[in-house]
Design a protein around this ligand. Structure first.
Ligand code: HEM
Length: 380
């Protein structure tokens, strides 16, 4: 596991402290979390924290029942296999942790966590989600998932679903990057369908304003607080110039408080240099300071104007204080997480569990355990 590095420079800390101290009192960190019991969440940036969900199983809605120990009897080595494979994949390619974490998010936001994001197109008969705008030329890690699935199939055939594999791999990717750990709830079934339109509609865009971001999360049953906590995933990984070009418009001229305005002009100018002449495909770290470490640096960056995506920087904008329909003050949460890494870790783990419970509308009876994550069973 990577060491804890929640290093904060003096000016950043001052900004963070001031903002946090004036706003922390306004933020409820307990929020409306489900009944908490004793599953342990640990993280290297803070003390071990305790969260969990009432009982061994949690209902994910629509007849899907998730539990922490489902594979203990049927495939005892499942989690061990995934963890070891994620560790190997990240050792070979440090960005893979970010890519695997993002796959789970893009899976869950389109008709629940059902592995639909992994299905390949089969023209002209089947259109999956891989060519959706947020996914095309962007999502990665499919080969890693294939390799883990093949190993799981050898160990215990048709037992561990692809959607559960994504949820476990996401957790292990966070842990291997130095972030918190939590007990993954499993028992999902894989879909036999996918929705290109759902992927295009449900997933937030990097140009979305904070009201839209809150709305997209609410649309799937998650809160503004979940949105802010889960956005902290952008503490690892990379983005293409095309994803943050809106941050660069107006660099060098007075931007008068628009999204493109930064307290850190040097940051934006270096991005402009990176992107000029790259045809939009050059990559920048989402967290310029500690790019491969899962810590709270993302929020510290936002406070100093160094968020990469326009949607990231929006979370710290003056307008993010009072978003219609938001149950929490978005910019106060940013300050809180910048100030206290252990609160971020705890909230992130809780929100990952909540996101992991998003269930397909049709219920588990429509699902299967795919043998190959890229195709539904009847066609293999
Ligand atoms: C809040 C709304 C969000 C927006 C608008 C957003 C948008 C984006 C965009 C545009 C990229 C770069 C894609 C590219 O340039 O190819 C990206 C990368 C990433 N996103 Fe998000 N995202 C959001 C929330 C999340 C959430 C909830 C998670 C996970 C819990 C997540 C995890 C990641 C990761 C880890 C990467 C880096 C992936 C890599 O390096 O392969 N994002 N996101």
């Amino acid at each position: 596991m990577a060491p804890s590095t929640t290093t904060v420079s003096a000016p950043q800390l001052v900004v963070g402290l001031l903002l946090a101290l004036t706003t922390v009192a306004a933020v409820s960190t307990a929020e409306s979390a489900p009944a908490v019991n004793t599953s342990c969440v640990t993280g290297s940036a803070g003390a071990a924290v305790s969260i969990g969900y009432g009982g061994a199983r949690a209902s994910a809605g629509a007849g899907m029942s998730l539990g922490a120990g489902v594979y203990r009897a049927t495939c005892p080595r499942a989690e061990e296999i995934v963890r070891a494979a994620v560790q190997r994949a990240v050792a070979a390619d440090p960005r893979m942790a970010a890519s695997l974490l993002r796959l789970h998010f893009h899976d869950c936001f389109v008709n629940g966590c059902d592995g639909s994001v992994l299905l390949d197109d089969k023209p002209p008969f089947f259109v999956g989600e891989k060519t959706a705008v947020p996914n095309a030329n962007s999502l990665r890690g499919f080969e890693v998932i294939d390799a883990i699935k093949a190993e799981l199939e050898r160990e215990c055939p048709e037992t561990v679903s692809c959607s559960d594999l994504l949820a476990i791999a996401a957790r292990d990717s966070v842990v291997v990057s130095g972030g918190p750990s939590w007990e993954v709830e499993v028992g999902r079934k894989d879909s036999r369908t996918a929705s290109l339109q759902g992927a295009n509609t449900n997933l937030p865009a990097p140009t979305s304003g904070v009201t839209t971001l809150v709305q997209k999360f609410r649309n799937v049953g998650l809160s503004a607080k979940d949105m802010v906590a889960l956005s902290g995933a952008h503490t690892i990984g990379k983005a293409r110039c095309t994803s943050f070009s809106a941050r660069l418009s107006g660099v060098g001229v007075s931007t008068g408080g628009a999204v493109g305005a930064s307290k850190d002009l040097t940051f934006l100018q270096s991005l402009q240099q990176l992107c000029s002449g790259s045809a939009g495909s050059a990559l920048a770290h989402l967290d310029l300071a500690t790019p491969a470490t899962f810590d709270n640096q993302y929020y510290i960056n936002l406070l100093s104007g160094d968020g990469l995506l326009p949607s990231d920087q929006e979370l710290a904008s003056p307008g993010a204080g009072a978003v219609p329909g938001a149950d929490d003050d978005v910019s106060s949460l940013v300050a809180l997480y910048a100030f206290d890494a252990s609160v971020f870790f705890e909230d992130f783990a809780e929100s990952m569990l909540r996101m992991g419970r998003l269930a397909p509308g049709g219920g588990s009876s429509d699902g299967e355990v795919r043998m190959n994550c890229r195709v539904v069973n009847s066609s293999t």
